[in-house]
Design a protein around this ligand. Structure first.
Ligand code: XMP
Length: 333
């Protein structure tokens, strides 16, 4: 436990110089811990696992085996971006698993939010474990645990109740017993980003907005269908593109589209056109425990509405969610 507590004298990493110092220390520490053994890492493409991957590639190169599981609930072009950055640019030992069908088949017809979360979390571990069993000589498991995760688990151990069952990798089956490598476990998120930049990761990856483990699965409300999921992915990509172009991407903490499982009547090409509504949610927060609504200029909202309703098949309305947290949670499920 003692080495899970951030020492009071530890300097906050705010500059590239401090980040480089940290990186050098961790490279030495990882080499000492791991020796010539192999390390496995679930690489989601989020900032934490990406920073751990880049750090370990520097420390132990091809001894690191990264596994990227595409659960079919990633955003547009996201998995491709992970492969491009890590396999093509950083020459990582990367296994890409397209498990879309496994996940979507299991989720078919399941509408209860907690059941969906549990299925996604459990299946994720199974897919990852299947890959781990195929590898020979793995003795370590690297994880992108950061300091808030440790603080959170201390709270959980004290019996404080969570609103949702969050899913991140952990709890591998009994036959897979690895020693953990957690090089960023004493860092806060802002420090992880500074380290990520010092490691040369792309800006978009380092400053990527938070994305929940169950991905678009908790934004395609109710029972997920492939057609509604495809519409969600396209609408979300348009929202992100427009926020990027209009300078909101770096200013708003989290912004995304949600599509409920309802249709309304509309009209297109002079005919009846039943479609789903796309709901825009854009929030600001410091710790995700509470959140306020970002005011988006109406002209931009009109433009986004126009694009989504014209470019995305199946959507015939765009709505704006003005609910702070509390009373709403950030995600709808
Ligand atoms: P809620 O919806 O609980 O979300 O207000 C708070 C923040 O957590 C993100 N979130 C998750 N992150 N695994 C994660 O790593 C999850 O299962 C998960 N569910 C929600 C959410 O996007 C928001 O930033």
């Amino acid at each position: 436990m003692a080495n899970n507590i951030r020492p009071k004298e530890m300097k906050r990493i705010t500059t590239v110089e401090l980040a480089n110092e940290f990186i050098e220390q961790q490279i030495a520490e990882v080499r000492r811990q791991v020796g010539d053994k192999k390390v496995l890492l679930a690489l989601s493409g989020g900032v934490d696992s990406s920073v751990v991957a880049a750090l370990l590639i520097k420390a132990i190169g091809k001894q690191l085996v990264c596994v990227h599981v595409n659960h079919g609930l990633m955003r547009k072009d996201e998995s491709e971006g992970v492969v491009k950055t890590f396999r093509d640019e950083l020459d990582a030992n990367l296994i890409y698993v397209d498990a879309t069908d496994r996940f979507l088949d299991l989720l078919a017809g399941v509408s209860d939010p907690e059941s969906k979360r549990k299925i996604i979390g459990k299946e994720f571990i199974e897919v990852f474990a299947d890959e781990a069993r195929k590898q020979e000589g793995i003795e370590f498991l690297a994880q992108g645990t950061i300091y808030p995760d440790i603080l959170e688990s201390i709270k959980a151990a004290e019996g404080k109740k969570a609103v949702k069952s969050h899913h991140n990798v952990g709890g591998l089956p009994e036959d897979l017993k690895f020693e953990l490598v957690e090089p960023i476990k004493l860092l806060f998120k802002d420090e992880v980003r500074v380290v990520g930049e010092a490691l040369g990761l792309p800006h978009g990856m380092v400053y990527r907005q938070p994305f929940p483990g169950p991905g678009l699965g908790v934004r395609c409300l109710g029972a997920i269908t492939r057609d509604r999921l495809a519409a969600l992915r396209e609408a979300d990509a348009i929202l992100r593109e427009e926020f990027d172009k209009n300078g909101l991407a770096g200013k708003v903490w989290q912004y995304f589209v949600v599509i409920p499982d309802i249709k309304s009547v509309g009209v297109k090409d002079e005919s009846r056109y039943e479609g789903w509504p796309a709901i825009i949610r854009a929030i600001n927060t410091t710790d995700a425990m509470s959140a306020t609504i970002e005011e988006i200029p109406y002209s931009l909202l009109h433009h986004i509405t126009n694009r989504i309703t014209h470019e995305v098949p199946g959507i015939n309305r765009v709505l704006l969610d003005l609910t702070p947290k509390p009373v709403g949670t950030i995600e709808w499920e």
